[in-house]
Structure formats: structure tokens, C-alpha cells
Write a protein that binds this ligand. Structure first.
Ligand SMILES: *Cc1c(COP(=O)(O)O)cnc(C)c1O
Length: 407
């Protein structure tokens, strides 16, 4: 057997990813360790997924217990963990009905298909989907087409039709375009991949009113902003607006793949028997882990920690930003924060991530110009302080080597 190293990746994997040089082999809480035993503080959470940190004992126990009972049964039969999870999601949110799947893309695919099918029942011409530039909704052909970044659809034409992209946080333009031929307006309450840009409350309230006026479904993609990351169980709860459909995934299973589409009893009727499905969706193993994760996330102490650590991270980033003239601002919600790079630093987000890894801290980018931070919801004050110290050291080194170009 050859060495399991980064070189082997190039020899056996499709080159659609460009992973870091290090290979993590173990994680605990907000730390991961690589093959050489070096530790890294985790401000990335596998792209906002491992919201309770790595190998959380309650989740590990849930998966171990369920793995001795029943893994998979298909939707030819229902199962206890799926019923329990759906019941809790309906108790904790606006939703009355739940559809389970295995990823964020699939949750959105279900939402968009529901919206199209619902539109068809109202009026055969009611099938336009409106979404926003810099939005991200997944990588299937339909979801990537609804997403608002051309770089992700280029070369994959022909794309699904009648999708309109408009500027985010621009209510006037939406008011001009929306019509009775629109079936859904789709948006992230905080755009994640597109740069960690929160919607303004006025925009969201305006979108809700326009949707009501034109009999249009409001779809919130909370794949990234959901499951406690915003400091609320779902971001809509802190924004004074309730959607008709909410999709989520990422943090829902705490690292185990699962996605969900949440909606009302009335709209759920659109996806009548046989209209949509998934082989794995709602399998007992995934649902058992997600049940355990949801209870941990929904605890007031967890959400309070998101608010407190969010404030700590924001302040720490502002200080680093000032010290090295690094950021235009620090924005976001709870523990989903973004820091757009300024001036000569623009385009260098990846360099900062690499410098961070060298100094033992893992963060994310959201495009070439924005650093993205998504630490565990339960990260301790001490771990976050240490992560900020390591990031500061990384930025100091970069600022020094960049020299006059940055000064
Ligand atoms: C990550 C993400 C998706 C896609 O989820 P996958 O699990 O990768 O399919 C969709 N929407 C948003 C907002 C996301 O952040």
C-alpha cells in the first residue's frame, strides 16, 4: 500500500478539489490533529458542519447505540429516529411537515421542485424562480443554476430555465421584477459562500410582503445559517420574518450527512405520494445523530455561547484587522462571521488561510477576498482566545513578508 499522503490525492482523486497539504486524522472538541500529531484550532468546522465540535460524546453515543439497532430501512417503512426528529423540528420551528434527504443540495432540490409543482397548480405560467447574486444553493444542476455565481454554472449549459437573479438587499429591484408568474423567491438570510453577507431586516420584511402580495413562496436556504449558527436555532427567528419553506443540512447532523426541507401542512400536500423521494433520506442512523445534535444545539446555554463567543470573535477580528490594516469590516451573525480583505490584501484570502494553518489555526474563505469563520457553537472562551492568538501570529508573518506592498 502506498503512503496515504497528499501526493496520492492527485493520483487517485478527481481534481475538482485542491485540499491542504496536511491530512487530519483525529478531532476532539475544537481541535484537530494531523498525521504528524500537530494540533490545529478549528474555526471552520468542516464548512459550518461540526457545530458541536469533533467527536462530541453525546453524538458519539447516539451513533454507537443506533448502530447496534438499525442503520437503514428505506422509505418503504418509516422509522423511530426519523419520526422523533421530524416531531422535534415541527415543535421547534414554524414548520408542520418535514422531508429528509442527505445534503443541502438535495434539501434545496426538494424545495425548488415543490415550488415549481405548487406554481403549476396555481397557473401553468407560474414557474419563475427569483434568487440573488452571490447566493449559493448547492451543486446539482438545478440548485447551482438557482445560485447566483456564474463561475459555478459555466460550461454546464444548457441550464434549467426561468430562473431570475437579482441584487441582494435591493428591495426596489425585486419589486420591479416579481409578478404573478413568480412561484418562489429563494434566499439565504445570511449569504455564506458568497461572502458572509447578512440580509437587512428591512429587505427580508419587504420580500415577505412582496411574496404575500403576489402569492409567491418565500424559501429560506438555512443550510449554513441554521442549526444554531446564527445564535438562534434558525436565523429567521432573529429576523422577524417567517418563510414558507426552510431548507437545512450542514450542522443538522453535527457531521453526519443529513438534510431537511421544512414547510407547512398545506404546502406539503404539493409533494403528494410518489412525486419525490430519496433512498437514504431519513435513515435511522442519520436521524438518531441529528436528534442528539438538535437537543444539544437547542439548549439555551448553547445558543447563549454562540452569542458570547460571536462577540468575542468579532472583537478579536476587529483588533487584528486594525493592527495589520487587514479588513474592511467584520460582518455576519452569531458564529458565522466574515471579514472582507481591504486594499492590497484583496484576493489574498487563501494566503491568510495557509498562513493560519502554518500557525495552527484553521479558517475558511468565502471567495478570494473574504475570510470566513464558523467555529463550533460550544467553543470555549480559552480555545477561541488561543485561535485568535495564532491567527494574529499568522497575519503578523504575512504582513512582514508582504512588506511595502501592504503598508
Ligand atoms: C453548503 C450549502 C449548500 C449545499 O449543501 P451540500 O450539502 O454541499 O449539498 C446549499 N446552500 C447553502 C446556503 C450552503 O451553504
Amino acid at each position: 500500500m502506498s503512503q496515504l499522503n497528499r501526493q496520492l490525492f492527485n493520483e487517485v482523486m478527481v481534481p475538482n478539489y485542491a485540499p491542504a497539504e496536511i491530512i487530519p486524522v483525529r478531532g476532539e472538541g475544537s481541535r484537530i490533529w494531523d498525521q504528524q500529531g500537530r494540533d490545529y484550532l478549528d474555526l471552520a468546522c468542516g464548512i459550518a458542519v461540526t457545530g458541536l465540535g469533533h467527536c462530541h460524546p453525546v453524538l458519539a453515543q447516539a451513533i454507537a447505540e443506533q448502530s447496534q439497532k438499525l442503520w437503514h430501512i428505506s422509505n418503504v417503512m418509516t422509522n423511530e429516529p426519523a419520526l422523533k426528529l421530524a416531531k422535534r423540528l415541527t415543535e421547534l420551528t414554524f414548520a408542520e411537515r418535514v422531508f429528509f434527504c442527505n445534503s443541502g443540495s438535495e434539501a434545496n432540490e426538494a424545495a425548488f421542485k415543490l415550488a415549481r409543482r405548487w406554481g403549476n397548480t396555481q397557473n401553468p405560467e407560474k414557474n419563475e424562480i427569483i434568487s440573488f447574486y452571490n447566493g449559493f444553493h448547492g451543486r446539482t444542476l438545478f440548485t447551482v443554476s438557482v445560485g447566483g455565481q456564474e463561475k459555478y454554472t459555466k460550461g454546464f449549459e444548457p441550464l434549467p430555465g426561468n430562473i431570475t437573479h437579482l441584487p441582494y438587499n435591493d428591495l426596489a429591484t425585486l419589486a420591479d421584477h416579481i409578478s404573478d408568474k413568480t412561484c418562489a423567491v429563494v434566499l439565504e438570510p445570511v449569504q455564506g459562500e458568497g461572502g458572509v453577507t447578512p440580509a437587512t431586516e428591512a429587505f427580508l420584511k419587504g420580500v415577505r410582503e412582496l411574496c404575500d402580495q403576489h402569492n409567491v413562496l418565500m424559501v429560506f436556504d438555512e443550510v449554513q445559517s441554521g442549526n444554531g449558527r446564527s445564535g438562534f436555532l434558525f436565523a429567521y427567528m432573529g429576523m422577524g420574518v417567517t418563510p414558507d419553506i426552510l431548507t437545512t443540512a450542514k450542522g443538522l447532523g453535527g457531521g453526519f450527512p443529513i438534510g431537511a426541507m421544512l414547510t407547512t401542512a398545506k404546502l406539503a400536500e404539493t409533494l403528494a405520494f410518489g412525486t419525490h423521494g430519496s433512498t437514504y433520506g431519513g435513515n435511522p442512523l442519520a436521524c438518531a445523530v441529528a436528534c442528539a445534535a438538535l437537543e444539544e444545539i437547542a439548549r439555551p446555554e448553547t445558543l447563549a455561547n454562540v452569542q458570547a463567543r460571536g462577540a468575542q470573535l468579532r472583537q478579536g477580528l476587529q483588533q487584528i484587522g486594525e493592527r495589520y490594516s487587514l479588513f474592511e469590516e467584520v460582518r455576519g451573525m452569531g458564529l458565522l462571521l466574515g471579514a472582507p480583505l481591504r486594499d492590497a490584501w484583496k484576493g489574498r484570502a487563501k494566503d491568510v488561510v495557509n498562513a493560519g494553518l502554518k500557525h495552527g489555526v484553521w479558517l475558511l474563505v468565502a471567495g478570494p477576498d473574504v475570510l470566513r469563520f464558523a467555529p463550533a457553537l460550544n467553543i470555549s472562551e480559552a480555545d477561541l482566545a488561543e485561535a485568535l492568538r495564532r491567527l494574529d501570529a499568522a497575519c503578523a508573518e504575512l504582513a512582514g513578508s508582504a512588506g511595502a506592498a501592504v503598508a
